[in-house]
Design a binder for this molecule. Structure first.
Ligand SMILES: [Zn+2]
Length: 102
């Protein structure tokens, strides 16, 4: 069985997601339906925030850019260590060793 990993988790329905809304730079909603269920939030608020602060409030897909993510999510929102993640430390070490000639 192949495990399906997701880059983000919806803050409303708690499901793993690969595309959806980023709100104010730190909250996630997987769909318009979930977005409208957020406390004190609405589609209208989203459109206003997107216009004012488009760098932090927008719709996107994360395209599984997993080299930079330490943790990933399963379909049910469980946070797991990213099995594809290569930490900076390991990267530095391998570069360091490559530079050595003995
Ligand atoms: Zn959701």
């Amino acid at each position: 069985m192949v495990i399906q990993y997701y880059s983000r988790k919806c803050d409303v329905c708690n499901k793993g997601m690969e595309e959806g809304f980023l709100l104010a730079g730190f909250e996630y909603a997987c769909s318009k339906e979930c977005l409208e269920k957020m406390p004190n939030y609405s589609w209208k608020t989203y459109l206003e925030d997107n216009a004012i602060d488009g760098d932090n409030t927008y719709y996107t897909s994360w395209e599984q850019d997993w080299n930079s993510e330490e943790t990933l999510f399963l379909a049910d929102g469980t946070e797991v260590d990213n099995p594809f993640f290569e930490s900076d430390l390991e990267l530095l070490r391998s570069r360091h060793n490559e530079g050595k000639t003995s």
